[in-house]
Ligand binder design. Structure first.
Ligand code: 0O2
Ligand code: 0O2
Length: 211
């Protein structure tokens, strides 16, 4: 298998979707509105991870395109839990891709403690051989969920997926703390946004005075 050729449309999709999702954030800024998007990242799954996942899930190489949904992966990180649902609504309203599946690991968190909202899309990429529809996974989560998932992911890597029991228990506690943090921040959301608005106005005034 020529991986470079196989992965090319995925790399293009990730770059295009990053521009599009970052563009949504920029539009909120132009209109001086609170952006439900804090930042956007994207990656093409490393070849070794694709092979490992295919083996683990017993997926034949001919079926990778359909059965591994996160070869192209985008991540949208939000400040507040409500923002996640605003982003999901906006994704549902777009005409440049089709949503195939939504996985709500927020109301139904995973056993590990993982929380996030996943949207699987079918995205058309224009190639020199015509249109190719590929699958991509958009993970939408808060800063707190992201902090937890990033650390848990590193530990999983360190322990090759077999995290010792005592650390697992700590991670579950940390997941509960992250959940509480999201709850508290939602409760004082208006206060936080007011503070951010005042800070931004002050910055803009100072910039204006300097020019
Ligand atoms: P900014 O605002 O100048 O930082 P790229 O191709 O470089 O645009 P890529 O390859 O996805 O994007 O880069 P990466 O390193 O994965 O990070 C993507 C963006 O997310 C970067 O911003 C990071 O600064 C931002 N980012 C990552 N972690 C955090 C975080 O914890 N908090 C915040 N606020 N931002 C974070 P940009 O797009 O380069 O622009
Ligand atoms: P990566 O690139 O290392 O993040 P699965 O059978 O669960 O492995 P599936 O069926 O594709 O995979 O679906 P799922 O669980 O909806 O989504 C998979 C992705 O969600 C994972 O990708 C992670 O990015 C994230 N994820 C799911 N569960 C957890 C978890 O418990 N902890 C963390 N940190 N992330 C999680 P990969 O394949 O692990 O790849």
């Amino acid at each position: 298998m020529d991986w470079k050729v196989f992965l090319a449309p995925y790399a293009q999709a990730v770059e295009e979707l990053k521009v599009k999702l970052k563009g949504m954030r920029a539009q909120f800024e132009y209109e001086s509105l609170h952006s439900p998007i804090e930042f956007v990242t994207g990656r093409v799954k490393p070849i070794t991870s694709i092979i490992e996942k295919a083996k683990r899930k017993q997926i034949h190489f001919d079926h990778i395109e359909r059965e591994i949904q996160d070869i192209a992966g985008l991540r949208v990180v939000c400040q507040f839990v409500d923002d996640i649902y605003s982003v999901v609504d906006m994704l549902r309203g777009r005409n440049d891709f089709d949503i195939l599946e939504e996985k709500d690991y927020i109301s139904q968190k995973k056993d590990s403690g993982y929380r996030s909202y996943h949207v699987i899309i079918e995205y058309p990429v224009e190639t020199i051989h015509g249109e190719k529809k590929i699958l991509a996974e958009i993970q939408i989560r808060t800063l707190a969920m992201n902090f937890w998932a990033t650390n848990e992911h590193s530990l999983n890597y360190k322990y090759s997926g077999r995290i010792p029991g005592n650390i697992k228990a700590r991670l579950k506690k940390a997941a509960e703390a992250a959940f509480q943090l999201d709850e508290e921040m939602s409760k004082i959301r208006n206060e936080i946004q007011e503070a951010q608005r005042i800070f931004k106005e002050k910055q803009e005034k100072e910039k204006h005075n300097r020019e």
